[in-house]
Each structure stands twice: as structure tokens, then as C-alpha cells.
Ligand binder design. Structure first.
Ligand SMILES: [Zn+2]
Length: 289
């Protein structure tokens, strides 16, 4: 059984088309109580085995963030034996101390989504889970270790604010999120991170920063291009360079943690309910869709 997985964000399809991780096998479509999941790939990079799920589609940006079937994706990975998930995403910058094309390992998240199913446990009173560390501490360390080893500059902390989308945020919304203490704004980590925790999987994001959020720096409106003028050509070059480094960072992090047992809190997220007898060790019996 494969225990490691990567969920690829925007740009994943472009990277996969140049075989960044080498050759792969396609995993048969996975049936879940929430719909089926295809597009999962299996990689073996010099003996390091992991699964890869392109969140927005394998050959293009086909599914925007609010319409990703997060529950089916996480369930499918759990079904395939995954215990640890590294997720990559390209958020915008609210806190101007961060730079476009920079790498960040966020440590906290504010969930501002509103139309997405946010839990597996719609009935039964389960899932009252403490969020001291919304992202897995051990996986975060492996990402940090990977970037240190590669000699990359990065930030080891940030608060990520997850919005609903697919539209980008208004200037007033960005000011509001800044006042909340958010450093970054994106559309994908919630409820993905929370769903993984509900199934006692480890989950941590690695972000490359794609643009300044609305109103953070003055930008002329441009029609017909990505982000309509929020990204200048010099920044775009830095973003592309950052994206090219993502496979190496991820391999380094997976390599650092593969073979080590889990000692983090993620694996015990549901222990209260097991102790109480609400659920047993057969995770796939935990919900009754
Ligand atoms: Zn963990």
C-alpha cells in the first residue's frame, strides 16, 4: 500500500506534461461515497513511491477551486492506503513582507469558504476536533528540511485565508483578511486539510506565491490575461521558476519522512469517538452516506 500522496494545485498539469516526476502508472478510478475519482497517478522515483492527484485536472485547469470534489479526493486517497498528504498551491499575497515567487510553509488557516461540504460527518455528532495545529507538524518539518537542504529561501510560517472563489477577492475583502491576521489568500486548502484530519491523515501545504492580492500594490487592469494585470511579466518569470522547483521540494520532503512512523497528533484525531464506542477501527464504516 502506498502511504504518501501529493495533491497538485494550479500548474500541476503543466509540470506533469514535462514528466517532472518521471514515468507513472495510472491508478484505476476510485469509487467513493461522494463520487468517483480518476486521474490519480502512481510514481516511483528512485524507490520513493507516492501517489499524485492533480486537484484541478490532469491535462488542464478544468475544475476551479469551489467545484473540486474534496471529500471524494480525500476518501479516495485514504482508500488507497495514504497516511500523509503534501498539498501544493499557489496563493496570493496579503502581507507585503512575502514576495512573488517565494515559497511558504503555512502554519495556520482561516476558512472563509461558504458553499463547500466541509465535513465527512454530517450526522452522528462526530468530528469535534481540536485545531491547535491545522497542518501536520511532522510533514511541515519535512518540507522545511527539504528546502533548507536545497538551499532555498522560504518562509516557515504564514496564515492562509481560504476564500470561496472562483472570482478573486475585492480590495475591501483583502483589507478585512489582513485585519484578521492573514498573510496569504487562496481557494483550495479548506476544507481539504480538515477532511484529511477527519480521516486521521497527515496533511501539510507547500505554497509558491503567485501574485499580490487586490489593493496590496497598485496594478493597471489588463484584459484577457491571467489575473487581468495583477501579475507583471517579471513576477510571472519568478513564479514559473518557483513552480519548476516544486517537484524537487516535494521529493525531498517525502524522502525525508518516508519510512518514519507517525508520532504526530493527526493519527489520533478520532480517538475520543473510538474510545466512546461511536466508531471502530474500520474507518470506512465511520460515515453512513
Ligand atoms: Zn501528522
Amino acid at each position: 500500500m502506498t502511504q504518501l500522496a501529493v495533491i497538485g494545485g494550479s500548474g500541476a498539469h503543466a509540470l506533469l506534461s514535462v514528466k517532472s516526476f518521471g514515468s507513472h502508472k495510472t491508478v484505476p478510478s476510485q469509487k467513493t461515497p461522494f463520487g468517483s475519482v480518476s486521474d490519480i497517478r502512481k510514481y516511483n522515483v528512485d524507490g520513493l513511491r507516492f501517489l499524485f492527484l492533480p486537484r484541478h485536472g490532469a491535462d488542464g485547469y478544468h475544475v476551479s477551486a469551489p467545484f473540486v470534489n474534496y471529500r471524494a479526493n480525500i476518501w479516495a486517497l485514504k482508500q488507497l492506503g495514504v497516511e500523509r498528504i503534501i498539498s501544493w498551491s499557489g496563493p496570493g499575497i496579503i502581507n507585503p513582507e512575502y514576495e512573488v515567487g517565494g515559497f511558504v510553509v503555512p502554519h495556520d488557516i482561516i476558512d472563509q469558504t461558504r458553499n463547500r461540504p466541509s465535513t465527512f460527518f454530517e450526522k452522528g455528532g462526530l468530528g469535534f476536533i481540536r485545531m491547535k495545529h491545522p497542518f501536520c507538524v511532522e510533514l511541515r518539518h519535512s518540507l522545511i528540511y527539504s528546502m533548507q537542504t536545497a538551499g532555498l529561501r522560504f518562509a516557515d510560517k504564514a496564515v492562509y485565508c481560504c476564500t470561496e472563489g472562483p472570482r478573486l477577492e475585492t480590495p475591501a475583502e483583502i483589507r478585512l483578511y489582513h485585519s484578521y491576521g492573514a498573510d496569504l489568500v487562496g481557494m483550495t486548502l479548506a476544507p481539504e486539510a480538515f477532511l484529511a484530519r477527519e480521516l486521521e491523515m497527515c496533511y501539510a501545504p507547500i505554497c509558491y506565491l503567485t501574485n499580490f492580492a487586490e489593493g496590496i500594490v497598485p496594478r493597471v487592469f489588463q484584459h484577457g490575461v491571467l489575473f487581468e494585470g495583477m501579475l507583471d511579466p517579471e513576477e510571472k518569470k519568478r513564479v514559473d521558476e518557483a513552480m519548476d522547483k516544486m517537484p524537487g521540494i516535494i521529493i525531498g520532503a517525502l524522502d525525508a519522512i518516508a519510512g518514519h512512523g507517525r508520532e504526530c497528533d493527526c493519527k489520533d484525531a478520532m480517538s475520543r469517538y473510538k474510545k466512546r464506542g461511536d466508531i471502530n477501527d474500520q474507518w470506512y464504516t465511520w460515515i453512513d452516506p
